[in-house]
Design a protein around this ligand. Structure first.
Ligand code: AMP
Ligand code: MG
Length: 323
């Protein structure tokens, strides 16, 4: 089981663990979160590993204030107004990602938007102390009940992490409200701790709901698709292909590839997860018509990696249908 420390005593220890690339379960006002340094791909990959999440759906980047948020996201006047009204608090804004954003692509699932929120209490203090955004989905095993106490966290993932910070029962108890700011319109992606009528009052306009679900994790596939075709589980590279390799052994004709990047030369799935989105986009940028992908094992994080790869490889007509 993980050590449980009361929040008054835990700030330094939690910050040191995050700096070392480890995970910490933390209280936020919504639910308990499984926190990692959002700029450290290896640490973010651990989140998926510890939760046993079969998919790389995007995570929320928690920030200490709007200033930190502006280092990773672009705020329109409307977005700024919402942040100023509801932060710190349970409102997450999905915004265009800024040029110099240091958030790892595994946090955004390779999207060009980023979900940002400034939490109340310990989560905010920790983010301020770290000086960088913190990625933190709920601190439970995938598909299990969201934890609202330190004991529930420990019962769920206590064997897999070192520290659970105890801030007492979470005040809100449900996840944050997620609103996507798209130009002058607002789309409710997930109802949560802030009533949508409150958001509408501050924004002075109605939240769109009709496209609700389109950006839910399972539907994000269309945004994942690279320009290149994808060929998975290959054993030989064809002319003109870029190669996404994995592990120490190469596919046949690997030297033919217009470019090769190896997700993890030593065959480490966590390292591979951390590299996945950036390597796909680098290979896509070569203009190769096809990205050939060596087999990646399907256990552990390999399940999420293969899920992501098969979404990227899905027929484009189907994907456009989902757009
Ligand atoms: P959780 O961290 O478990 O509270 O879930 C985060 C939620 O935010 C998921 O439902 C994601 O699909 C959503 N989300 C995070 N980033 C984005 C994004 N860039 N665009 C759309 N939805 C997002
Ligand atoms: Mg959850």
């Amino acid at each position: 089981m993980a050590e449980i420390l009361p929040e008054e005593l835990a700030l330094e220890a939690a910050c040191r663990l995050l700096e070392a690339g480890e995970l910490v379960a933390i209280p936020t006002e919504t639910v308990y979160g499984l926190a990692a340094d959002a700029t450290n791909g290896d640490a973010v990959a651990r989140i998926f590993e510890v939760k046993g999440r079969p998919r790389f759906n995007p995570l929320i980047a928690h920030v200490a204030d709007r200033k930190m948020a502006e280092r990773i996201a672009i705020f329109s006047p409307l977005a700024a107004r919402l942040a100023d009204s509801f932060w710190p608090g349970p409102l997450t804004l999905v915004l265009p990602q800024g040029e110099g954003s240091s958030v790892h692509p595994l946090v955004t699932a390779g999207l060009d938007t980023v979900a940002v929120r400034c939490p109340k209490g310990f989560g905010r203090a920790l983010t301020a102390q770290l000086g960088r955004p913190v990625a933190a989905p709920s601190a439970n095993l995938s598909g299990r009940i969201t934890p609202t106490t330190a004991e529930a966290v420990n019962a769920s993932i206590g064997e897999r992490i070192r520290l659970v910070v105890d801030g007492g029962p979470a005040l809100v108890g449900v996840e944050s409200t997620i609103v996507k700011v798209a130009g002058d319109s607002l789309v409710l992606l997930r109802p949560g701790g802030v009533a949508s009528s409150e958001v509408e009052k501050v924004a002075g306009l109605a939240l769109q709901r009709e496209v609700k679900g389109v950006e839910a994790p399972g539907m994000l596939s269309s945004h994942y698709a690279p320009d290149a075709q994808m060929r998975l589980d290959i054993d030989t590279v064809e002319d003109g292909e870029a190669l996404l390799a994995f592990g120490p052994n190469r596919a046949g004709n690997a030297q033919k590839a217009v470019m090769m990047l190896n997700l993890s030369p030593k065959g480490d799935l966590r390292e591979a997860a951390a590299n996945l989105f950036s390597y796909l986009s680098t290979l896509d940028a070569t203009g190769a018509t096809t990205i050939a992908v060596e087999p990646v094992p399907r256990q552990g994080l390999g399940e999420a990696i293969n899920d992501r790869l098969s979404r990227a490889a899905a027929p484009r007509d189907t994907l456009r249908g989902k757009d």
